[in-house]
Every structure is written in C-alpha cells, then in structure tokens.
Design a protein. Structure first.
Length: 523
C-alpha cells in the first residue's frame, strides 16, 4: 500500500440494523399490515410516517458523517501540503546557503558544515509528513543524514573536504525536495479526485433522499386515500341502509365484506334489521289476533243478542207444545198417536235449540277466569257440542273416547275449552277434508289426567316439532294462521301445572298429549 493511501478516508456508511429505530418501525409496520381493525390501520399510517421520519434522520446522519469525514480528510491533505511546501522552502533555503567563503579556515569550515548539518536534520520528516512520503525515499534521506553525520564526525579541515560535504548535502536536499514536490503533486491530484468523488456521492445521496421522501409520501398518500375512500364508501352504504330501515324497507342483509369495526357495524345493522322485521311481523300478527278477538267478541255479543231474541219465541213454542200435548191427551181422535208424536218431535227439537242457545250464551258471556274443580269429560263433551258447527269439521270423522269415571282437575274450564278447540282446529287443517279422522280421548294415568287429540294427517317433521310451540310460528298459508294457537295452548297447560308434547312420525299422523294433575274424587 502506498504512503498516500494510508491517509485516505473510509467510505463505509452506517446501515440500519434490526435493533435501530428503523428496524423497529419496519417490524411494527409488518404487524400493522397483518391487522384488520381500523385502529390498526390508523397505526399503520402513523408507523409509515414514523418510518419516513426515521429514514430521513438516518440519511441526514449518514450525510453528516460523510461530510465530517471528507472535511477531516481535506484538512489532513491541506496540512500535508503545507508540510511539503515548508520542506521544499527549507530545502531551497538550505541550497542557497550552501556557499563557501573564499577566506574560510579549518575551524570555520567545520562550523559551517555543522550549521548545514543542523539545517538538514531539521528537514527530517515526522508524523503524517513521513507517512505521506515514499518510505524508500524517507529511508534514503535518513541514510544520507547518517552518512553525512559520519563524514562530519570524520573531520572537515580543508576546503576540499568542505566542498565535497557541500555537494553531498546539496544532492541529498535536491532528492528530498524532488520527492516532496512529487508527493505534493500526487496529493493535489488525489485531493481533486476526492473532491469529485465527494461531490458525486453527495449528489447520489441527495437523489436517494429525495426519491425516498417522494416515494414514501406518495405511498402514505395513496394508503390514506384508499383507507378514507373505502371507509366513506362503507359509511355511505350504511347511511342508505339506515334510511331504508327507518322507512320500513328492511330488504336483504348487506354483505359485510370486511373484518374491521365497519364490518362489525354492518353485521349489527343487519341483525337490527332482522330483529325489527321480526318484531314488525309479531306486531302485525298481534294486531291480526287482536282484530280476530275483537271480531269474536262482537260475534259473542251478537250471539248473545240472537240467543236472547230467539229464546223468547222458542219459549213460546215450547209452551204451545205443552198445551198441544195436553189437548191431544184430552181429545181422542183418529190421528191421536200421530199428532202426539209430531208434538213430541217439536218439543224435543225446541228443547235442543234451547240448550244450544244456552251454551252459546254461556260461551259468549264475558266472565272473569275463576279456578275451580271440574270434570274434564264434561269439558270435552261441551267443546265438541260447540265445534259441531265448525265448517272445517263438517265431513271429518270426529270420535270421542272419554273415561267412565270423572276426571277431576283444578283450573279454568273456559281455558281448557280454548285448548281443545285450538287442537281440533289444527287437526282439521292437517287432515284430508274428505277422509280425515280425529279422535279426542281423555283418561287417567296415575296421578295425572291425559288428554289426547289424534289425527290421520301427514304427521309433523322433526324440524317443525321443535318450533311449533314458538309464538307466531306457523306452517299455514299467509292469512290462515297467526302462529299463536299452540303457543297459547302451552301457556294455558303450563298455568294448570301440566305439560304438552307431540308424538308424530312422517305419514302416520300426529298426537298431541296433554298431562294435567289429577285432583281426586268429588267429595
């Protein structure tokens, strides 16, 4: 390695290690990219900005370190150049001093030689100056000094020896000056090369810095624009969806399409819309049920009025029949038996009409629910008498299997009537209108009374059986059912301390079983 290369600067630049702030920023950026929440995406933008700042600071530090190194190197070169110029000046001064006076004697010659030798020793290179020169030239100059010191110690008494000594010093000085000038020229050339290289590196660093800043800012701007645009688009969809829901148009659920807070908000809005739609359906069904109840109340009132209006003429007819019967018994005529039979028929049908009117009047009469002990057999028979006018049961075979012993239970008779009526109507809707068969049975089973309503319909699938007792669940066409019948039945049975269940198999009909606590024998 040359002497000048020993003083060249190191161009290595510090890099960004994993433990530096830039490495930490990159790690956080990767973690944010894998995250999906809005907060994480916001942190991603902040991390990108932070990374940009760290990179800018890092580049500034690199630029500053390189500038300091180049400045120190330039200062070293200038110091060496000054030293070389000083050596050249000293050599030239010494060369001019190498003159011998004409009248010099022996002692004066030695003193003059020692003076020259002292000036020559002062020119000996040291430190950076010695490192800048060619080591061979430095060694040769040291050898010249030692040789001249040897000549000086050998004695210089004559003019001839002084002249020879002067020539040796002049030769050594000239070689040294030439080496110094060549080194100075080389240093200046290297200095110019270093300046050009530093200028090129500075320009490259500036280009990289500007490119990085522009690219980073562009990337952050694009990410921010995409983030805000996508967020605003989702919020606009949510706004339109909310307006539609507020207007009562629930429509189809919106696809979330994202896993962040906006996606969760979309799912919440979809859930809210479904629940509102279900609640609207429930409200509609309740209104329909309320209207039906009001209609039934009006029909009950009308039935009571009709029973009252028809009851009076019917009592008159029955009274006339009694008198006709008495007259027939008193008057014996040819058609006595036939007339008596006709009168009995009229009286029997009039009595039947009176009982029917009394049942209708009793069913339509509003009354407060009162818990009492009653026979389930009588309630079943009463319900069947009321339901014989139901058009859906007109052609269906309706059979009854009641127990011979009384089946006493504790509860509200009208509520149990409502349960049996609902079960009969559901069974009538399930069977064939022409070939359907329904059986109502009541029996005792230990400490319970079992009421069952069976039909020969298609049966109830397992999936439907799990939901039939839920409010507003119905498999009937729109407008033919409210979905409250079995739900009301279960509520009434539960209030009576019993339980209701379904036994069914596909294609084998269905049986509704109701178990109620047995209340014991009548006192």
């Amino acid at each position: 390695m040359s002497s000048i290369e020993a003083v060249q600067r190191d161009d290595g630049a510090p890099g960004f290690a994993g433990g530096t702030p830039a490495g930490v920023g990159l790690a956080r950026l990767g973690a944010a990219l894998r995250a999906r929440t809005l907060a994480a995406k916001a942190r991603l933008l902040f991390a990108a900005v932070g990374l940009l700042v760290v990179l800018a600071i890092g580049l500034a530090v690199v630029y500053y370190q390189r500038a300091e190194t180049e400045l120190a190197h330039v200062s070293t070169i200038e110091h060496l150049a000054y030293g070389l110029v000083s050596v050249s000046t000293q050599g030239e001064d010494l060369t001019r001093d190498l003159t011998i006076p004409g009248d010099i004697g022996g002692s004066s010659a030695r003193g003059l030689a020692e003076h020259w030798m002292a000036d020559l020793v002062l020119m000996r290179p040291e430190g950076l100056l010695a490192a800048a020169l060619d080591p061979r030239e430095v060694a040769l100059f040291e050898h010249d000094i030692q040789r001249l010191e040897g000549l000086l110690s050998g004695g210089i008494e004559t003019l001839e020896r002084l002249e020879a000594f002067r020539l040796e010093i002049d030769l050594a000085v000239q070689r040294y000056i030439e080496q110094a000038k060549r080194t100075l020229i080389e240093l200046r050339r290297r200095h110019l090369d270093e300046l050009e290289g530093a200028k090129a590196r500075r320009q490259q660093l500036m280009i990289v810095f500007v490119t990085l800043c522009v690219g980073a800012f562009t990337g952050i701007a694009v990410l921010g624009w995409l983030f805000v645009t996508r967020l605003l688009r989702a919020l606009a969809v949510l706004e339109r969806r909310s307006q539609s829901i507020a207007a009562g148009d629930y429509g189809e659920p919106m696809p979330a399409g994202r896993d962040d807070e906006v996606g969760h908000l979309i799912e919440s809005v979809n859930t809210m819309a479904c629940k509102l739609a279900e609640r609207d359906r429930e409200i509609t069904a309740v209104r329909r049920q309320t209207a039906q109840q009001e209609k039934m109340l009006a029909l009950g009132t009308l039935a009571a009025s009709i029973a009252h209006e028809v009851g009076n003429p019917l009592q008159s007819i029955m009274a006339v029949c009694d008198r006709l019967g008495g007259c027939v018994c008193e008057a014996r005529c040819a058609h006595h038996d036939e007339v008596a039979a006709h009168v009995d028929v009229i009286a029997e049908h009039a009595a039947r009409m009176a009982r029917t009117l009394e049942e209708v009047r009793g069913f339509a009469r509003p009354s407060e629910p009162e818990t009492q002990r009653f026979d389930l057999n009588r309630v079943v028979e009463r319900t069947l008498r009321l339901m014989r006018f139901e058009p859906r049961l007109a052609k269906i075979r309706l059979s009854t299997e009641t127990a011979e012993e009384p089946l006493f239970i504790l509860g509200v008779p009208d509520h149990v009537v409502q349960v049996v009526m609902n079960l009969l109507i559901n069974a009538a809707d399930a069977v064939d209108p022409e070939q359907g068969a329904i059986t109502v049975a009541a029996r005792r089973a230990g400490h319970h009374v079992v009421l069952s309503v069976s039909d020969n319909g298609p049966g109830i699938p397992e999936a439907v059986r799990k939901a039939v007792f839920e409010p507003f669940f119905t498999t009937k066409p729109e407008g033919k059912g409210t979905g409250l019948g079995l739900s009301v039945c279960r509520s009434i049975v539960k209030d009576h301390g019993g339980r209701i269940e379904i036994v069914s198999a596909p294609g084998e009909g269905a049986t509704i079983l109701i178990r109620l606590p047995y209340s014991g024998c009548e006192a």
